[in-house]
Write a protein that binds this ligand. Structure first.
Ligand SMILES: [Cu+2]
Length: 281
């Protein structure tokens, strides 16, 4: 029985490793400038973790095989273990994980801790149960003033635009995100109710939207197209419906959109959503 169990452990280990090595289930092709660095970091991490996993499981199977019931009446023996070994593998594990963290932090920090480069395209993202609202500055490149007291979903004022501010007269709010290709984009992320999470797998980052905070991230998308955008934080009963699309558009298309009044802006977004197919996986 011991041998059977050992072999089962080894087979499960092999199958688990094959799931990753086969490459059949992997990320969709990336479309952001920082993605190659992130994918490289992910690959290093998965190799390190994969080797540790395989070594631990092979060792486990080996112990099950070696110390199986053999019919001889060997008595179990108490051992206190080895403090030296405990310290050694704790230090090795800590070193490996700290090193991975330090190696990965530069990409993470480049998206979040530095200001977006000048000339970036800014969009305010306001999440709520269970929809995405994207607020664009319009022709004047200035976001109109918003205040939570003006939020009125029944009047379609989802982001709380202050109608007395002339800077907001040309602003648009849509349910889909449209950004330019090959130009830095800054998202200012806010939430009206609970924690949501902005996720476009092709961009290779996820970011929480936290009530009471404005969180800024910036990135550059480098491939025109339509991509699925999902909320990746369980945010309530209809969380599964909280999805939208991100359109990465040629600069001229964005310039043309930018000057359209709200209703035409929304109509154009609908046309563009129909124009671009989703990438095939
Ligand atoms: Cu959500």
């Amino acid at each position: 029985m011991g041998r059977v169990l050992a072999v089962i452990i080894w087979i499960i280990t092999l199958l688990s490793v094959l799931l990753f090595v086969s490459g059949k289930w992997w990320f969709p092709a990336a479309i952001s400038d920082h993605a190659p660095a992130l994918d490289r970091q992910f690959m290093i991490t998965i190799i390190v973790v994969g080797l540790s996993f395989a070594a631990a499981q092979i060792g486990l199977g080996w112990m099950v095989w070696k110390y199986r019931e053999t019919g001889k009446s060997d008595r179990a023996m108490y051992t206190h273990g080895s403090n030296r070994l405990e310290v050694l593998w704790t230090v090795i594990t800590a070193f490996v994980f700290i090193a991975l963290g330090v190696m990965g932090q530069s990409v993470w920090a480049s998206l979040r801790l530095h200001d977006a480069p000048p000339g970036s395209y800014s969009v305010e993202v306001v999440a709520q149960q269970f929809q995405w609202n994207f607020h664009y500055a319009g022709r004047d490149n200035k976001f109109g003033r918003t205040d939570p007291k003006f939020i009125d979903d029944s009047a379609l004022n989802f982001v709380g635009l202050d109608s007395s501010d002339p800077g907001g007269a040309d602003d648009s709010v849509t349910a889909a995100l449209a950004i330019p290709v090959n130009r830095p984009v800054e998202l200012r992320l806010r939430s009206k109710d609970v924690i949501h999470n902005f996720w476009v797998p092709q961009l290779r980052f996820k970011q929480d939207l936290v009530p009471g905070m404005e969180i800024k991230v910036h990135f550059t998308a480098n491939k025109v197209g339509k991509y699925e955008l999902a909320c990746a934080e369980l945010c309530g009963q209809l969380h599964f419906k909280m999805k939208s699309y991100m359109l990465v558009l040629p600069e001229e298309e964005i310039q043309a959109l930018q000057v359209l009044p709200q209703e035409q802006f929304q109509a154009r977004i609908v046309e563009l959503l129909a124009k671009y197919p989703l990438p095939t996986y």
